[in-house]
Design a protein around this ligand. Structure first.
Ligand SMILES: C[S@@+](CC[C@H](N)C(=O)[O-])C[C@H]1O[C@@H](n2cnc3c(N)ncnc32)[C@H](O)[C@@H]1O
Length: 237
């Protein structure tokens, strides 16, 4: 366990399956996929289990963004930090001068901050409690010329799995159009983490002109997990 601090209200480090609520039990069996250092005292709220990006996927995304981002872009803004899965991977990559992480739920933000300590990267991250759209406009605007923005929005709960093609217009609470419109006012270099079944034609319609917007498909042990679209001048050659 990292330190002796007890988790705050609504935050847990479950040590035995017997203590885990029934609706998280599937996720409990994947706990080391989510955080390889789970046993070092990783904290999660019960809801955060559903949204964490598995560590191998978060690491791969962090590698891809680091190698393809324009060289003058040395700030990474993680708009939906959650329990820290992606934020920690960005900090561990060593590529960024600073990682800025925003989360609107105080208990979930506490998890991310604590988990970053478990992984030894808290000194590389600046945290914001609040709404990402407000924080970006009010507190990060001066960083815009140097920033890449990554966002792993809520997908509207586990129900997204039942759709053979996921409708990004009805994604809740933020549609693809809302995300793209808001973030591209901040920086052209935007990476969105979306369901693997996302409607590719809807993605194509957000791309201006004939500019490339690579879509990367992320898998783990032969299972498709998610995709990312890379808007802006990312160079994957
Ligand atoms: C899918 S989770 C992010 C998971 C994260 N990438 C990880 O690996 O742990 C989405 C998070 O966005 C947060 N959120 C939702 N709306 C937000 C907003 N407007 N501003 C900041 N955070 C928000 C939710 O509380 C939730 O924790």
């Amino acid at each position: 366990m990292s330190g002796e601090e007890d988790p705050p209200l609504d935050v847990h480090h479950y040590e035995h399956r017997g203590k885990v609520p029934w609706d998280i039990q599937n996720y409990w069996s994947q706990r080391y996929d989510l955080f390889s250092k789970y046993d070092d005292g990783v904290w999660l709220t019960d809801d955060a289990w559903f949204g964490v990006t598995p560590e191998p996927v978060a690491t791969k995304i962090a590698d891809d963004i680091a190698r393809a981002a324009p060289p003058e872009r040395k700030i990474l803004v993680d708009a939906f930090a959650g329990a820290g899965g992606n934020t920690i991977a960005f900090a561990l990559s060593g590529h960024w001068k600073r990682v800025y992480a925003i989360e609107k739920n105080p208990a979930v933000l506490r998890c991310a901050q604590h988990n970053a300590e478990v992984y030894g990267v808290s000194d590389k991250i600046t945290w914001f409690l609040g709404d990402c759209f407000d924080v970006i406009k009010s507190q990060l605007k001066d960083l815009a010329p140097y920033s890449v923005l990554f966002a792993s929005p809520p997908w509207g709960g586990p129900g997204y799995r039942s759709a053979s093609v996921f409708d990004l217009r009805t994604m809740e609470p933020y549609s693809l159009t809302t995300l793209y419109t808001e973030y591209s006012m901040f920086t052209p270099h935007v990476v969105l983490y979306l369901p693997r079944t996302s409607d590719l034609n809807q993605l194509a319609r957000t791309v201006k002109g004939d500019r490339p917007a690579p879509v990367m498909h992320y898998c783990m042990r032969g299972a498709s997990k998610a995709l990312c679209i890379f808007y802006g001048n990312f160079q994957f050659s």
